[in-house]
Design a protein. Structure first.
Length: 214
């Protein structure tokens, strides 16, 4: 009986070692929560910028007001991405340190590449939409490409982000048929879903482990 228990324990340890070497399991749920918070703040700022657009048409002219609007919205989105990446790196590196792992290894490089490729493609596509004045499809496209990126990267990290990817794609496709509500879909996809996902992941993978260690 004892030998059987030892055998099962050895198998569990071997499986854990293989998973750590092939998958990046140090993604922190808190990074998702903060990314969602930043997205909601960015959406609120974007809403205020859009509300100022119409009064500016009278004083600045349509073309100048439009250029200012697009510049501010892209700046807003860029800041949201920057803060999300910084906090994501902070919480993920902290979790990896607690697990005795490194943040930069073969699994993390594979994950980043598989996520980055769809994201970069989506970024160029969204820039092309904005260049041609098809602004209504920018937010839906961002959600769809982001969902594809999550699904693509899930092979090298926690399986749970695949389900977040599915939801982002569905939300983006729905937004493409609800022109005029793109900002609301964007806020829900990048804000609310991230907070829900991050909170779920934190209590599923991190909170219980921290309680066990204490």
């Amino acid at each position: 009986m004892d030998q059987e228990k030892d055998y099962l324990r050895d198998l569990t340890e071997i499986r854990s070692m293989m998973e750590k070497s092939s998958r990046f399991i140090s993604l922190s749920g808190l990074s998702g929560v903060f990314a969602g918070i930043f997205a909601l703040i960015g959406a609120a700022l974007a809403y205020m910028v859009i509300q100022d657009f119409f009064p500016n048409i009278l004083s600045m002219g349509y073309e100048a007001a439009e250029n200012k609007l697009i510049t501010l919205l892209f700046l807003d989105a860029g800041l949201v991405l920057l803060f999300a990446l910084l906090t994501g790196y902070f919480f993920t590196s902290r979790k990896a340190k607690r697990q005795g792992l490194t943040t930069w290894n073969k699994a993390s490089r594979q994950m980043l590449w598989n996520i980055a490729l769809p994201l970069m493609s989506g970024g160029v596509f969204c820039a092309a939409l904005a260049y041609h004045g098809v602004y209504a499809l920018v937010a839906p496209s961002m959600l769809v490409f982001y969902g594809i990126a999550l699904i693509n990267g899930s092979k090298y990290t926690l399986d749970d982000i695949r389900y977040l990817g599915y939801l982002e794609i569905v939300l983006g496709l729905a937004a493409s048929f609800a022109i005029g509500y793109g900002l609301w879909f964007w806020a829900f996809g990048f804000g609310v879903l991230h907070i829900v996902y991050g909170t779920t992941m934190y209590f599923k993978y991190e909170h219980q482990n921290r309680l066990k260690n204490h």
